[in-house]
Design a protein around this ligand. Structure first.
Ligand SMILES: C[S@@+](CC[C@H](N)C(=O)[O-])C[C@H]1O[C@@H](n2cnc3c(N)ncnc32)[C@H](O)[C@@H]1O
Length: 360
């Protein structure tokens, strides 16, 4: 595939030092409709042998702020069923270069931390791609993954006319992203099928394309791409650098999410218990949009993009993630996006998928 060999080997994790924790309220709002699925799963998963700890896995945890509520809910409901003597392990998984220090700081200090009220729960980390095995076979009682499965294992191609494949008109780039997404989803499912205990459940919430194929976030994606082109005009970035800068995410449709399960409804040892495509709230629009505070609207979407997407874009700089211009790149991108979005605040469509997978 054109340019694929020059692309970064894998996406960068979110911006560290608490930046993702401070700038992920859109994600916090989007995940809440999946919480009832997690509660239901926590009430029915088999608890197995009393001698073994229960294991809750959190795939793609970032710095943990948005894990506190779902993981805390899972721990509380499992505790009610299993009694106080049963140890519960929580494994937070993310890429190895994720800021796990920020996660453990939060777990120790935040009043909402699930470690506060339960002395028999143990927080652990697994720094490895979730496209591979991250936990032992047959070990996971209950899994959770929010806002993570849209991240691909790598950007499969350059996108000549965009930063996000969903808005590209380049057929080859679009096909490469779709193919990578299909392969990654299979790898993710295969690994989870091996890790879950029989009867265990995994609740997944992630970006999706709606049933008309819409990716959403149009104003934000346009502002990111426009900011990159502005930095080329200003001589700060080269065209070659911008060509390497792509957002390595893919929002699957319902059909793409279900494809591995085929007519039998089963993939490896997994079945889909339920799936729903829905729209998340644009919290930033609700709180600042419609002319209320255009500057804050622009600044908050720019901070959202900075925390979640800029680290991956920065890998396209000539010096990669450690390029000396990285800090200035972040600052200039954030300023340009703030200005563009404040000039014309618009609500974003936020299509999401929530699903429960069960190990049979
Ligand atoms: C947008 S954050 C989601 C954080 C949190 N779960 C939430 O709901 O806000 C996506 C996370 O997925 C992680 N991620 C991306 N690809 C991954 C992979 N292959 N394996 C493990 N984690 C991955 C990123 O590093 C990032 O921390």
């Amino acid at each position: 595939m054109q340019g694929a060999e020059q692309m970064p080997a894998h996406p960068a994790p979110m911006e560290g030092q608490g930046a993702y924790n401070r700038n992920s309220r859109v994600q916090a709002a989007g995940l809440s409709p999946a919480l009832p699925l997690l509660e239901e799963a926590a009430r029915i998963v088999p608890l197995g042998s009393e001698r073994e700890p229960l294991l809750v896995a959190d795939y793609g945890c970032s710095e943990g702020r948005n894990s506190l509520l779902p993981v805390g809910t899972a721990v509380r409901l499992l505790r009610e069923r299993a009694g106080s003597e049963r140890a519960i392990s929580v494994v937070h998984n993310d890429l190895a270069d994720n800021d796990f220090a920020a996660l453990f700081d939060l777990l120790e200090s935040d009043p909402e931390s699930y470690l506060r009220d339960d002395q028999n729960v143990y927080a652990l980390a697994a720094g490895r791609s979730f496209f591979e095995h991250v936990l032992p076979p047959d070990s996971v009682t209950l899994g959770w993954s929010s806002w993570s499965i849209q991240w691909l294992s790598r950007a499969p191609a350059e996108i000549p006319d965009q930063v996000q494949a969903a808005y590209s008109r380049d057929a080859a780039a679009c096909a490469a992203f779709a193919q990578r997404a299909a392969q990654d989803w299979i790898a993710f499912l295969r690994a989870r099928s091996r890790e879950l205990r029989v009867g265990g459940r995994l609740v997944v919430l992630g970006m999706a394309s709606d049933d008309d194929g819409a990716f959403g976030y149009r104003p934000v994606v346009e502002a990111i791409y426009a900011a990159l082109l502005e930095l080329v005009s200003a001589g700060f970035l080269t065209e070659a650098e911008v060509r390497r800068m792509v957002i390595p995410t893919y929002a699957r449709t319902r059909a793409e999410l279900l494809a591995p399960f085929g007519p039998s409804g089963r993939f490896d040892d997994l079945v889909v218990e339920n799936i729903d495509i829905f729209f998340g709230d644009d919290r930033i629009w609700i709180e600042t949009g419609e002319g209320r505070d255009a500057e804050a609207f622009g600044a908050r979407w720019a901070a959202f993009s900075r925390a979640s997407v800029f680290p991956s874009l920065a890998l396209g700089l000539a010096g990669g993630g450690s390029d000396v211009r990285r800090t200035e790149f972040f600052a200039r991108m954030e300023a340009a996006m703030t200005q563009a979005l404040a000039a014309k605040p618009e609500e974003s469509l936020i299509p999401l998928a929530k699903l429960t997978l069960a190990r049979v």
